[in-house]
Design a protein around this ligand. Structure first.
Ligand code: ATP
Length: 321
């Protein structure tokens, strides 16, 4: 059983225009609209692969109702909590040169009361399962509490023990605070830029990433996957390190590939697949998403084909992790 959590879903609109001029009237096509949210995308991916998925989070106002309605058509169960405010809009304007201008609202604030309701909903879900579920905490939240995810990790470990595997796909201060604490998530997936920001070093290649996998902040995180876009990924699984090599593909839209990667990992862990098979699923899902126009979608046929094209090169360790 998989639970994905999204604390700031959005209604995304993409407008296409020839040119975008700041300070002028810009005429656009009618927008393509879709629900956005990292946990929602990861949940959809895992569900398409055949996982039993519930997606939860918070929704607010009229936009929240619209999102709730859209989510009813999805291949997962939902458990969204209604809160005060208005779920956010995210607007992208794409010109013919493929320059993207984005306007992203803050979204409804997660107050202390809401924090508690979210935690209780996660705990209730875990209690209802016979086996420890996979719980994926994904994406940003509009909160003044930089320790929100750290506190969730502590509470979930305290109440559920190690029977649940907690995956996080978060960045910035929230990720730093999670990793600076004694209770670690089972899995993290920063991309190379997020890893660079995390350890405050300018990393530009997989070699740079491999050379920094002994960073103290990654210690005791059992499974670290640092995604590198079209360059594949680097993975640390306990004391094993893998250079994860992917073939070149003609991408259509790579946005959301990281979310699809997390969905692939959640599915594979839930199936108790080996680390090698898990990494193949992770990469194949990211790539499959990049082959779709839609964000956070995979095709099961593409995943099955692509996963056989992933090369895993185990790297000999030069240090203790
Ligand atoms: P997002 O934030 O848009 O969800 P991300 O930055 O978290 O993405 P990426 O590192 O861009 O994640 O991509 C995750 C995985 O998706 C990669 O490891 C790779 O398997 C696949 N992928 C992404 N971009 C490409 C690409 N251009 N070509 C092939 N595969 C890609």
């Amino acid at each position: 059983m998989i639970l994905t959590v999204t604390l700031n879903p959005s209604m995304d609109s993409i407008y296409f225009t020839d040119t975008f001029v700041l300070g002028a009237m810009n005429r656009c096509s009618n927008p393509i609209k879709a629900v956005g949210g990292k946990g929602i995308n990861a949940g959809r991916t895992a569900a398409i692969l055949g996982g039993k998925v519930t997606t939860m989070g918070v929704l607010a106002g009229k936009n929240g109702e619209l999102i709730r309605h859209e989510l009813e058509q999805e291949p997962f169960k939902t458990k969204f909590i209604s809160i005060f405010g208005e779920s956010r809009n995210a607007v992208t304007v794409m010109d013919r040169e493929k320059n993207q201008t984005e306007i992203v609202e803050l979204g409804p604030e997660i107050t202390a009361d809401t924090e508690k309701i979210i935690l209780d909903t996660i705990l209730d879900f875990a209690d209802e399962q016979n086996e420890g579920p996979i719980i994926a905490l994904c994406g940003s939240a509009n909160t003044k509490n930089d320790y929100l995810y750290q506190e969730y990790l502590l509470q979930l470990r305290d109440k559920l023990g190690t029977k649940v595997k907690i995956l996080t796909d978060i960045s910035g201060k929230q990720l730093k605070n999670v990793l600076n604490n004694s209770v670690k998530p089972y899995f993290i997936k920063p991309n190379i830029q997020e890893f660079s920001d995390l350890i405050d070093l300018p990393l530009t290649s997989k070699i740079d990433v491999i050379n920094n996998l002994n960073h103290p902040m990654l210690k005791e995180v059992p499974f670290v996957l640092i995604s590198c876009g079209g360059d594949g990924a680097v993975a640390k699984y306990h004391d094993q390190i893998f250079d994860v090599i992917i073939p070149t593909i003609d991408i259509i839209n790579p946005t959301g590939s990281g979310d699809a990667t997390v969905g692939g990992v959640a599915f594979a862990l839930d199936q108790n697949f080996s680390i090698e098979e898990t990494l193949r699923y992770a990469m194949a899902c990211g790539m499959s998403n990049a082959l779709e126009q839609a964000v956070g979608y995979v095709s099961i046929e593409n995943v099955e084909t692509l996963k056989n094209q992933i090369i895993l090169k185990e790297i000999e360790q030069m240090f203790h992790v």
